[in-house]
Design a protein around this ligand. Structure first.
Ligand code: FES
Length: 202
């Protein structure tokens, strides 16, 4: 797992757009007035959505004021969860699962392809600034390993050539079709059902 990098360039201030402040207020209303802090994950998600997928320090201050929480507590949440970024990521943010099932099925090859084609180091933008990559822990799609998440979508059953094709499309500012690269249906066996054959709905 790579260590989170804090951006050296930070905006001086942050505030929610008029649309997001309504969403934030609705999230806060879900909890008792003395438990506003319970909305912290939802608000940080909104920050990231508004700010090209990363959270500046000014936004941590902003959220801590909105939720009447100490700054350090919001900071702790941001640094704990791998889905929150503290520095700019590309328009296409590639997260490669390198936990054991993916690793024994070729995740290292995928990391190597990202190093060659996107950037030498994790959390570093590609030359055209469109992509960045990082390693993450299990994303819950182990059956279709190796896999990676790009923005909100999963790409599964990868191999070297399919990964190279996906990365080359991203670098051309094209978003590839997500899902299994072996055309597997959901998590079904690659060669079709082998059990419960008599049950059509199984
Ligand atoms: S180990 Fe990679 S998705 Fe679970």
């Amino acid at each position: 797992m790579s260590v989170k990098k804090i951006s050296e360039t930070q905006p001086e201030s942050f505030k929610f757009s008029s649309e997001n402040i309504i969403d934030a207020e609705n999230e806060i209303k879900k909890y008792p007035k003395t438990r506003k802090a319970s909305a912290v994950l939802a608000l940080l998600y909104l920050v990231q959505k508004q700010n090209q997928n990363w959270i500046p320090l000014a936004a941590i201050k902003y959220v801590s004021k909105l939720l009447e929480m100490p700054y350090i507590k919001v900071y702790e949440v941001v640094t704990f969860y791998s889905m929150f970024n503290l520095s700019p990521v590309g328009k296409y943010f590639v997260q490669i699962c390198t936990t054991t099932p993916c690793m024994i099925r070729g995740a290292k090859d995928i990391v190597d392809i990202c190093k060659i084609h996107i950037s030498e180091n994790p959390n570093q933008l590609s030359n055209n600034k469109l992509c960045s990559w990082t390693e993450v822990e299990c994303l819950g799609a182990c059956v279709n390993s190796p896999m990676m998440q790009i923005n909100q979508d999963y790409f599964e059953d990868l191999n070297k050539s399919s990964t190279e094709e996906i990365i080359s499309q991203l670098l051309k500012d094209e978003f590839p079709k997500p899902g299994s690269l072996k055309n597997r249906k959901n998590n079904a066996p690659e060669k079709g059902k082998t059990t419960l054959l008599e049950n059509k709905n199984a």
